[in-house]
Design a protein around this ligand. Structure first.
Ligand code: AMP
Length: 429
């Protein structure tokens, strides 16, 4: 996963059985986040980890927790995840590493069979992976107690809080003994993540991982200022030009299928969609069809998009500007992996999306892009220079795309928090 990584699995004080398993799974070297997090977690420390999806973060908490509890009977590990898909993927990784040691994993997610989950919980599985809402349903019904949990994991904590799970997280956390180990992973450290960390963790060590120079993704980022009614034609142009896989983000569930239908009408048939109201079965099928290449294009909301484990998307299109600036980073992180140059196109509506675009620029540590002046006629992208109103210009002209070049940040520090977090983002220029 990280060719320049100097640390090897033998440096991480894992048992020979675990080493053998890792070899069988085919992980040649620990990724940065694994190399940093596993030793701390094995020591029993609370660890606050900032790391992106795709960095190997799941195994960074699965391997040490399985290692610690593999010879015990009873429920000791609880992992909370924001979405059903992420919970399932995490459950799969726990199974991969836990089942060879006889550990059982129960995954509790909305939309699944409540009775089947209840029966699985009654077996005292070693590991429970759940979405917060669903776990609270089980707690209310008396289907489980959390008194025996010794390790609590918050995966994608920022996302869980953004999704409004704060209350459920408090209910769950309060029911787990304080003398536990807590591991918290988050792509970003928004103030509410910090607040939760202060509340739920005990003197945590901090691991901050950004992409290293060697694996720095190159993403050509384009910003198109255009009115809503021109977005579809622009998208069709992009889809005709782009031959690789495309991930399209929209801001509402309805828009996922509306846009899919509109694209179908425009003759683009290799497109599917996913949103959180779909039956679990349909969602899984959509993801499987996208991964297998049956559909080249997928339209998704942020919540759903985040849960799809695909790491080689050629082009990300932000059909709608994300409501949260941090989501922009998550979204475009789908492209530009594996050393390939990725492409990201963002459609912004002049007058409506100016603030959001400014917030994204700020988060990336870039100067705010030139933006339209309110009340004046808006420029159309690709308008010939001579016809363009003087006050505006397209922010990222097509022929000179911006390239993101994040710098190396890989450090382990005691929680000092806000400044470090600010630095983390400002360094990503
Ligand atoms: P994650 O960031 O946890 O979503 O992991 C992204 C992908 O990397 C998953 O498909 C993992 O199976 C894979 N992966 C995790 N750790 C390693 C490793 N050390 N070597 C190779 N692949 C890995």
């Amino acid at each position: 996963m990280n060719e320049t990584q100097k640390i090897s699995w033998t440096d991480l004080a894992l048992s020979p059985e675990m080493m053998k398993l890792i070899e069988e799974v085919g992980y040649d070297y620990p990724s940065d986040v694994q190399a940093q997090t596993i030793p701390l977690a094995l020591e029993g420390k609370d660890v606050l980890v900032s790391s992106q999806t795709g960095s190997g973060k799941t195994a960074s908490f699965v391997i040490p927790t399985v290692e610690k509890f593999k010879n015990k009977n009873g429920t000791y590990i609880l992992a909370l995840a924001p979405t059903r898909e992420i919970a399932q993927q995490t459950g799969d990784i726990f199974r991969k590493f836990g089942e060879p040691f006889g550990m059982q994993v129960a995954v509790c997610i909305g939309g699944a069979d409540m009775n089947a989950e209840k029966a699985a919980l009654a077996q005292s599985p070693h590991i429970i992976v759940a979405t917060p809402g669903r776990l609270c349903d089980h707690l209310e019904r008396g289907n489980l107690w959390l008194d025996f949990i010794e390790c609590l994991i918050f995966d994608e904590a920022d996302r869980m809080l953004e999704m409004g799970f704060s209350k459920q997280i408090d209910i769950i956390t309060e029911q787990i003994p304080k003398a536990r180990q807590t591991l918290m992973l988050s792509a970003t450290f928004a103030p509410q993540v910090e607040k939760l960390a202060r509340k739920a963790m005990n003197n945590p060590s901090q691991v901050i991982i950004a992409k290293t120079q060697s694996s720095t993704p190159k993403i050509d980022q384009m910003l198109f200022w255009l009115p809503e009614e021109r977005k579809l034609s622009k998208l069709v142009d992009i889809l005709k030009e782009e031959k690789g896989t495309v991930f399209i983000f929209v801001n509402s569930k309805e828009k996922t299928f509306q846009l899919t239908r509109l694209l179908n009408h425009r003759g683009i048939k290799d497109v599917t969609y996913i949103h959180s109201d779909l039956q679990q079965e349909h969602r899984e099928l959509a993801v499987a069809d996208f991964k297998s290449g049956k559909f080249r294009i997928i339209v998704a909301t942020d919540v759903m998009g985040r849960g799809i484990d695909v790491d080689d998307v050629a082009h990300v299109v932000n059909y709608d500007v994300p409501k949260e600036a941090a989501d922009y980073i998550h979204r475009i992180g789908r492209t530009g992996r594996r050393g390939l140059t990725g492409h990201a196109s963002t459609f912004a509506i002049p007058g409506k999306d100016d603030k959001a675009i400014e917030a994204i620029a700020k988060l990336r540590g870039k100067a705010a892009p030139a933006k339209p002046v309110p009340g004046e006629k808006r420029v159309q992208e690709r308008r010939p220079r001579s016809q363009a109103p003087r006050t505006y210009r397209p922010v990222a002209p097509k022929r000179s795309p911006e390239v993101v070049t994040p710098v190396v940040v890989a450090e382990v520090k005691k929680v000092g928090l806000i400044e470090r977090i600010k630095n983390f983002f400002s360094k990503q220029k």
